[in-house]
Design a protein around this ligand. Structure first.
Ligand SMILES: *Cc1c(COP(=O)(O)O)cnc(C)c1O
Length: 301
């Protein structure tokens, strides 16, 4: 059920200058169609759907949603029905064109209708219309989503020796809801700390969401830290960030997008410059994917 994600050395001047080694786990390369952490976050939801005898999955997201994209691609690949509830009014984005090509049935909820997603009765309404489908929350979050991401640690562990590494000191990854980070914290059980670079402002409730998942899993005092990386807000893009992404892509050959992976790596650079990690430190950076979504941004080079 879990596709293989390659683990590679990331070569960048500012890393070698600081004496820090980074291995990058390429979730952007797990499959030609299905990319990124969203696939891992979906796995336990798909298993639950199968256990419940559902014919498919209904979920929600925006017109650039990496989550809906992974879900629709998985539905096409594995042969289950998918329905997407979209924020806003019928937009033609590259993501939406893919969703349609993958056979996902779409409903546009408007903005007010989308905001109602947390109200009681929201899912009852949609499940009455689609009684054979299994509902998955926005972004594939919660403990189910996190449990799917536990598998990332094993994928790193089996590839360490091929890099010439016996161990690493910490993880570094982009956080939106913190679900993927929570999965790594569960996998590590305190063995290595997990650093989450926040792609959303600090008041977006990531810490309480992570704590809720860990509490539900029965884990306390877990080793993780959240670092502000949003640069003024989710999806806020500035020229410094875009220049950094372009330089990094040229120097390393690793494609990044500006919302998550670009911000996370830039935050790592800033934290290294501020002395957070000693020379000799080995870090695993998770490339959480999301490259399909960057087609929707006019700032894309
Ligand atoms: C959704 C997403 C994230 C955030 O994942 P969470 O589990 O919500 O923290 C990070 N990177 C990319 C590319 C994403 O699409």
């Amino acid at each position: 059920m879990f596709p293989h994600a390659p683990l590679e050395h990331l070569h960048l001047d500012w890393l070698s200058a600081a004496g820090i080694e980074v291995a990058i786990l390429r979730l952007d390369q797990i499959d030609p169609l299905i990319s990124g952490n969203k696939w891992f976050k979906l796995v336990e939801h798909l298993k639950a759907a199968e256990r419940n005898g559902a014919e498919g999955i209904i979920s929600l997201g925006g017109a650039h949603s990496n989550h809906l994209h992974a879900l629709a691609a998985a539905g096409k690949r594995l042969g289950f029905k998918t329905v997407g509830l979209l924020r806003g009014h019928a937009l033609e984005t590259p993501t939406v064109e893919d969703l349609q090509a993958f056979g996902m049935q779409l409903h546009w909820l408007g903005y007010g209708g989308y905001r109602a997603r947390h109200e009681s009765g929201f899912w009852e309404h949609w499940l009455a219309q689609y009684p054979t489908l299994h509902a998955v929350p926005e972004g594939g979050g919660g403990l189910s989503g996190a449990l799917g991401c536990v598998a990332l640690k094993a994928q790193v562990d089996v590839q360490l020796s091929a890099l010439g590494w016996r161990d690493y000191q910490a993880w570094w990854l982009a956080c939106g809801t913190g679900t993927t980070l929570a999965g790594l914290v569960l996998a590590e059980a305190g063995a290595h700390p997990v650093f989450g670079a926040l792609a959303v402002p600090e008041d977006h409730g990531v810490a309480p969401q992570v704590e809720a998942i860990l509490r539900e899993a029965g884990v306390a005092n877990a080793g993780y830290a959240l670092i502000e990386a949003s640069r003024g807000g989710f999806a806020k893009v500035d020229s410094g960030l875009l220049a950094f992404i372009e330089q990094t892509e040229q120097a390393s050959g690793v494609p990044l997008e500006p919302l998550y992976t670009g911000k996370a790596l830039l935050a790592l650079k800033e934290q290294i410059a501020a002395g957070r990690f000693a020379s000799g430190t080995r870090l695993v950076f998770v490339h959480t994917g999301g490259l399909q979504g960057r087609r929707g941004f006019s700032t894309d080079p």
